[in-house]
Design a protein around this ligand. Structure first.
Ligand SMILES: [Zn+2]
Length: 364
């Protein structure tokens, strides 16, 4: 996503609600966005609040402020993000302004890559196991809220991890209750249950109903560079959440890439090991449906996304002739399966023939 604004995000109901808050021109406010997909909304909402000439409650996208906020980091759009436990931060450098600047740089790069970032992704980025929002970060948030804005008329503070504060969050109560004029606090959480009731009661709460499969498919294919075919396949997995679906796609592609390496390395093998592997693989197969899945999957490994398989693999797959033969073999196998030919035999035959094609072109 290039330009994250309320009008391009898929939860229309939530976007409309947030846009109404921008239109009403409140003096200040504390909001609490709860849901798997809440993070980019907090950002889009902050941009709309700071925009110099909002359009129907959304950021205009073209004023000088919008151009700056688009780059994620802006002096009047403050991010407070979770990190490790304070005890684990040994060096003074990491807690001081220099450490904060480094953290923000890392944050901006991660958020730019995936605005639907989950706690797990951020923890992996920081190379830590458990995320916390330590009291030190909250103190910094309070300081920022009371400090004047630099460039714009208003200031927005996004606090990601309202469900990671623990009782430390109590130090924020007074500030959340009544933020200073022109200051907006946007708390973001994944789960309602881990947020202090005292914080909930001081916030305007916005929740995210799950998206329909159709909404998920439209958004993933139009905004997130995912092909419509893949969007259709993955839309069932993510329980109506973009961030969950994206993380499953990433996981799935990691596993698929690993399996593809295994498959083609073996197809490329010579000698008796090849037959042993083929027997072991087909041993476990018992239904036509399973074999169909495997055969369809073999076809997907021909895709350029598997370029990590190495030059040998690419040499075969970049030539029209072997590619044609591989596709024909896969199609034949599917044809047989549709006519109830024994699935074990079909797979055995297909793998053997692929091995031959590979051998023919790699050896030449
Ligand atoms: Zn603007």
């Amino acid at each position: 996503m290039k330009d994250i604004r309320l009008s391009v995000l898929p939860h229309e109901y939530v976007s409309d609600e947030l846009r109404r808050h921008v239109i009403n021109r409140r003096d200040s406010g504390t909001f609490l966005l709860i849901g798997e997909d809440a993070l980019p909304y907090a950002f889009a909402f902050a941009r709309a609040l700071l925009c110099e000439s909002p359009v129907e409650g959304d950021a205009c996208g073209s004023c000088p402020t919008c151009k700056k906020t688009r780059k994620i980091l802006h002096a009047d759009l403050v991010w407070i993000v979770p990190s490790g436990k304070v005890e684990s931060i040994k060096k003074e450098k990491e807690t001081g302004p220099e450490g904060m600047a480094l953290l923000m740089e890392k944050w901006a790069s991660a958020f730019r890559k995936n605005p639907f970032l989950r706690y797990e992704d951020w923890a992996a980025e920081l190379k830590i196991k458990n995320l916390h929002l330590p009291v030190a970060n909250l103190r910094y948030a309070i300081e920022q809220i009371h400090y004047r804005q630099y460039e714009t008329l208003r200031k927005a503070i996004i606090i990601w991890g309202a469900d990671l504060m623990g009782t430390g969050g109590n130090i924020m109560l007074k500030t959340l209750e009544e933020p200073p004029k022109d200051k907006f606090i946007i708390l973001v959480a994944r789960n309602k249950s881990n947020i202090l009731p005292t914080i909930r009661s001081r916030s305007i709460i916005v929740t995210f109903p799950p998206l329909s499969e159709e909404q998920l498919i439209t958004f993933l294919s139009s905004q997130m560079d995912i092909s419509p075919e893949e969007a259709v396949t993955v839309s069932e997995w993510g329980r109506g959440s973009i961030s969950l679906t994206l993380s499953l796609i990433k996981e799935n592609s990691r596993i698929a890439k690993g399996r593809a390496i295994e498959l083609w390395n073996i197809i490329n093998q010579k000698g008796p090991e090849w037959q042993l592997w083929i027997n072991a693989s087909t041993e476990k197969v018992d239904s036509i449906a399973t074999v169909k899945e495997i055969v369809k999957w073999i076809l997907t490994t021909v895709d350029p996304q598997f370029s990590h398989l190495g030059p040998k693999h690419l040499r075969v797959l970049s030539q029209p002739q072997p590619l044609k033969e591989i596709i024909a073999l896969v199609e034949d196998a599917l044809y047989s399966l549709n006519r109830n030919v024994n699935p074990k035999l079909t797979l055995h035959y297909l793998l053997n023939r692929l091995h031959e094609v590979y051998k023919k072109y790699v050896d030449n």
